[in-house]
Design a binder for this molecule. Sequence first.
Ligand code: SF4
Length: 335
Amino acid sequence: MRTKLRKVVPEFELKYKAELAHKINKLKRERNAVILGHNYMEPALFHSIPDFTGDSLELCRKAAQTDKDIIVFCGVRFMAETAKILNPEKTVLIPSAKAGCSLAESITAEDVRNLRRQYPGVPIVTYINTYADVKAECDVCCTSGNAARVVESLGSDRIIFLPDEYLAGNVAKETGKRIIFPTKTPRAARDSALEYELIGWRGRCEVHEKFTVEDIENIRSQFPDTVVLAHPECSPEVVAASDFSGSTSAMIKYVTEVGAPRYLLLTECSMGDNIAAALPNREMLRMCSIRCPHMNEITLEDTLAALEQTRYVVELPEDIRVRALRSVERMLEIA
Ligand code: SF4
């Protein structure tokens, strides 16, 4: 851990965190558990205890393949729910009960049912950043890595894309579809003369919505040779002003494979630290004022407690799980 993390984690924290990681790894083996770590986990956790790291889609796949009895999901609630959707017979644990997500909380199952009534017959795509009951009401899931492919695979000229306003805007650009954002007012209140193809929702990631074109301009004026990478949950203007946009794993791949003098990642700030630790020969600029408060809830201490006390167990009503599974499986087939 010291070799990898000495530049990103203070020395006095390292010993303490290494001891915690050692206990977790020992207990993980004893309990026949697998630990999945999202790319936004803090560096000391990310580089010590997960058996697999990655973005939502990669971890989803790992969750579907595991033969372990317990899945500990070091990520947020909707991710742990997805692991449970795919593995009903396993015990799925999330280390903190408070690890939510502003996108997942922006929409309810009732909202989706209303949209279904408003736009009968229009297929509904949901970003994976939603809770199981919302997935259960939709036709297919997607991640930021496969959203355009999922939308295009539907072959429909009208698609409802939920709940991320900015991701919907970026997918609309990529697929050449137009976009409308329905309000909760009745359909009659809208201009019926307009035609729309991609129908979005006003959810936003509270982290990615904060990045601005001005941030990019400021960095470029100081370091003109910086390559800017933006997550597609950033606004379409920010994505357009960047050099590359992709899922967290696509960004990691880009930094690994494309040599540049320096990189700026417009995403959750732990990921820059995680890449800096893994690729010490890459210079990462930090605008690290934006830590996701939900990802930040997942700590080594809580992960140890999760394994010791078998907490917090993710449970889903079976009828919701089965319907949500259809949406997730359709995505996995397409992706
Ligand atoms: S970074 Fe944004 S999308 Fe991801 S968990 Fe946090 S609030 Fe949700």
